[in-house]
Design a protein around this ligand. Structure first.
Ligand code: NI
Length: 179
């Protein structure tokens, strides 16, 4: 078990495009160990997604794991742990829906971001196999958020209305929809 430190906004790695993984790296023990560390880190920080640049590894690799049920993002369906190597994202439907996003690299804040709600992801798995996955709704938002990290972008870059960026505590207090 190795929980890695998550770097925060201001660290230059978060603003640099990450490099693609080479065929000889995919399937290697080094990469498996790194993904295991990313999983340990994601669980330790109780997140739903983590991109390798967030632990200062500037490569095109991200994991997403969403446990269905009640969460700080509301009631969610289940998305089992998925490892995305060299993901490419394609918008299937450009109509946008907004969600309150947060980021382990921008701790303590929440912001309202609108993004396309139907995307197709083409990626490789840890063995180098070619995979495709279509995601809708909140899952589509999470994928776009994570893959933005591979291009040096943060969710705050997408905020249109700056009055909708706030601290977690004030978000809970004033903006969370009452039950
Ligand atoms: Ni993030």
């Amino acid at each position: 078990m190795a929980v890695r430190k998550i770097i925060r906004m201001g660290h230059p790695t978060l603003r640099r495009p990450a490099r693609r993984l080479m065929p000889n790296e995919i399937g290697s023990e080094d990469l498996r160990r790194l993904v295991a560390d990313m999983c340990d880190t994601l669980h330790d920080y109780a997140g739903i997604g983590l991109a390798a640049p967030q632990i200062d590894e500037p490569i095109r690799l991200a994991i997403i794991e969403i446990e269905g049920g009640e969460s700080r993002y509301g009631e969610l369906a289940n998305l089992p742990l998925t490892v995305f190597v060299n993901p490419e994202i394609e918008v299937m439907n450009p109509s946008c829906v907004g969600f309150w996003e947060g980021c382990l690299s921008v701790p303590g804040l929440r912001g309202f971001v609108e993004r396309p709600q139907h995307v197709r992801i083409t990626y490789q798995d840890l063995d180098g196999g070619s995979c495709q996955l279509e995601l809708k709704g909140f899952f589509a938002t999470v994928a776009q958020h994570e893959f933005d990290h591979l291009d040096g972008r943060l969710y705050i870059d997408h905020i249109d209305d700056w009055s909708l960026l706030m601290f977690e505590e004030e978000f809970q207090r004033y903006h969370l929809a009452p039950d």
